[in-house]
Design a protein around this ligand. Structure first.
Ligand SMILES: [Ca+2]
Length: 436
């Protein structure tokens, strides 16, 4: 074991460790950390001063207790001591964990970066290069090659950006002084179990600042459940083996409820007078109900199938609409963000030769700053519109409050929080609430 690093060393580390988690960036919709999803939520680039948690015990004492717990779980002392021989607490990880992005990217900005012509070309090339392998894994799992490669593309740009952090360092930092210490302690113990099984040596166990590992960006607990040794070398290697990467992704997606032979959904058109308050990810209806409401595929014809589905609009009535089916929910279990899932879905469509989004995004709409989002929520609350906690995160509660306000002024209730809506609220409500 090693004593706690001195402060100057830690400051030096903060400047030398690679910044950011992935170039694909965090989806603009805040993703809640939940066990069972592949990744911890990753805040995008820092702009607010970090407010790290003050640990209650010294690092040396904490590490001693962790060692006892790990050994009690059957992890070998040799594995533990090797993993922690050079452990470093990372100020950069603490900073990323405690940062709140000042601006969220608009959905189209995120989608432009996640699904573009360069990535489509690269993805098609990867499908060609790995044809036999992908066919084998797809046939066995029922998950199409385009979906597997789309996850790979959105997660790590096909293995190009897997995060430059030592997973042991990152998880140790987050378990010791992060905001969600107990979640990350569980992940750290899972990482030790992986090291103990010999899948990867500690120096090759790299990932994002939040501990999402390798080309699949699996958290350690997800790795333990779903990582697969497809190439038969006895190690589950999601860092260096493409057979293992594809088979592990397929196994996780299949376990998340992927329905073989079905699509994720499709872009749709909505008729005039469509009830926009029904366009929420959590509102599912039988297909017959959507047909009756006049929802149609954007390319014509009628909606197929009878399964329940939801209408998803990420930019209100001015933006494109999508009908999302059960397989979209399977994608969401990889990373619980609708923007993320839509990126994987749209990239898979392009890889399969389908067209991109037909509708246009309201690209003239600027993103609201965090302060503006909080102000919006406070103003909605003061009008009795019940947006939930004023935390600057625009979720279903805030969208529904926006809809109530829109209805009250005779506007289309699409729930899309814009600058002009905030301006309208300022005019409606008089001075800002005191809580500001
Ligand atoms: Ca292997």
């Amino acid at each position: 074991m090693r004593p706690l690093l001195s402060l100057p060393v830690r400051l030096l580390l903060a400047t030398t460790i690679l910044a950011g988690c992935q170039t694909t960036g965090a989806p603009p919709v805040s993703a809640t950390t939940t066990s069972g999803t592949a990744k911890a939520s990753a805040a995008s680039a820092a702009s607010v001063a970090p407010a790290p948690v003050q640990p209650a015990v010294s690092f040396a004492d904490w590490l001693k207790a962790l060692r006892a717990e790990a050994l009690g779980q059957g992890i070998r002392a040799q594995t533990f001591d090797r993993a922690f021989a050079n452990v470093k607490l990372s100020d950069r990880v603490v900073e990323l964990d405690s940062s709140q992005p000042e601006f969220n990217r608009q959905p189209w900005q995120y989608l432009d970066s996640a699904v573009n012509d360069r990535r489509v070309q690269a993805g098609r090339q990867r499908i060609q290069d790995n044809g036999a392998l992908l066919r084998r894994v797809s046939q066995r799992s029922g998950v199409p090659a385009e979906i597997l490669v789309a996850f790979w593309g959105v997660e790590t740009d096909f293995g190009n950006f897997t995060g430059g952090f030592s997973v042991v360092d990152a998880l140790t930092t987050l378990a010791y002084e992060g905001r969600r210490a107990s979640y990350f302690r569980t992940e750290l113990l899972a990482a030790l179990r992986i090291l103990d099984s010999g899948d990867i040596p500690p120096e090759r166990m790299s990932g994002s600042w939040a501990g999402a590992m390798g080309q699949t960006q699996f958290m350690p607990t997800i790795f333990l459940k779903h990582a697969t040794d497809e190439d038969g070398d006895g190690r589950r290697d999601i860092w260096g083996s493409l057979p293992d990467v594809f088979a592990s992704t397929a196994r996780f997606v299949q376990a998340n409820g992927w329905r073989s032979g079905e699509r994720w959904g499709e872009e749709v058109t909505l008729p005039a007078g469509f009830p926009y308050e029904q366009a929420e990810y959590n509102i599912t209806k039988p297909m017959a109900d959507w047909r009756r409401l006049g929802v149609r595929p954007v390319n014509g014809g009628e909606l197929a199938g009878e399964e329940p589905a939801a209408v998803l609009m990420l930019a209100g009535a001015q933006g494109p609409a999508f009908l999302v089916r059960e397989n979209f929910r399977a994608i969401m279990k990889y990373n619980p963000s609708t923007s993320y899932a839509l990126a994987v879905a749209l990239l898979s469509d392009r890889l399969a030769g389908r067209s991109g989004v037909q509708g246009s995004w309201p690209r003239h709409e600027p993103a609201l700053s965090r302060d503006e989002r909080i102000e919006l929520q406070e103003r909605l609350a003061s009008l009795g519109m019940e947006p939930g906690t004023a935390d600057g995160i625009v979720g279903a509660n805030t969208r529904n409050a926006v809809r109530r306000f829109q209805k009250s002024i005779g506007a289309v209730p699409d729930g899309f929080a814009t600058k002009s809506l905030l301006e309208r609220l300022r005019q409606s409500a008089g001075p800002a609430p005191a809580a500001g």
